[in-house]
Design a binder for this molecule. Sequence first.
Ligand code: AMP
Ligand code: ZN
Ligand code: FE
Ligand code: FE
Length: 287
Amino acid sequence: MGYIDLHLHTTASDGVLSPSEIVKYAKAKGLQAIAITDHDTIEGLEEGLSEGRRIGFEVIPGIEISAEHLPGSMHILGYFLDIHHPLLNERLEYLQKARAERNPKIVQKLNRLGIDINFDEVLKASGGGQVGRPHFANVLLEKKVVRSFQEAFDRFLKKGALAYVDKFRFKSKEALHFINEAKGVAVLAHPNTLGINGYSELEKLILQLVEEGLKGIEVYYPEHSSSEVAQYKTFAERYGLLATGGTDYHGMEKNGLDIGVGRGEMKLPYSIVENLKAVRTRSLLGR
Ligand code: AMP
Ligand code: ZN
Ligand code: FE
Ligand code: FE
């Protein structure tokens, strides 16, 4: 049995490889299945799924939705989505509009700081997929405004930085609702970015999310410490949630991180995919 990776980005959002490239790469690496989970979009799924069928490799249609949350950030993964579901498509179109309104404002802020950058350059950097802040970072790097991708975020693009512009996010309840409506299995991504330290505070939030339709927690993630992994695993066991994992591979920008293995020996078993399928079947029966 091979291993799996359930958190991957493509050129449909801010990844470097196209959906078909990432499917081919995963197969070449000896993986058994992957999920494509682009930010706020399913535009890469048709291509990824069809490449999977063509070369005989299992591709799970997924997504990663940013939800409203403070002080950190909350991302919710959805797996086995019905990509033609009308409500899902309507909600995602709304997010596209929000993004299209935000992006020119970032350009404006950068211009006001005296930086020569226009939206066409960012559009070009995005390669035709959805435009996100990493594309701004790449343009700033190319123009030598900054010396590294990370410096672009730290000085200009991250929350609270000089050219940061907030964008609309759904509340967790709404995001979980449309994922479930579209027959997806919802999983809380990388809980360590929530900005919650206390055990009971995290427990309270997870229970709220479960009530809203959450089915799993992304326990295995390259940025989780071993104590975080242990804590999230305990939560998953205690509340009957799936324990999933993935690398959040975007391409080459994070040194040493690779698909399937993260920065070392992640190697998650295929049984996680079987568990996801079982939970999906059970919740579809319960509708
Ligand atoms: P966007 O969807 O346009 O808001 O961009 C979000 C993406 O930017 C995330 O998925 C990350 O890939 C990247 N990102 C966000 N915050 C940071 C940060 N502080 N440092 C580096 N990359 C970041
Ligand atoms: Zn990203
Ligand atoms: Fe994320
Ligand atoms: Fe991600």
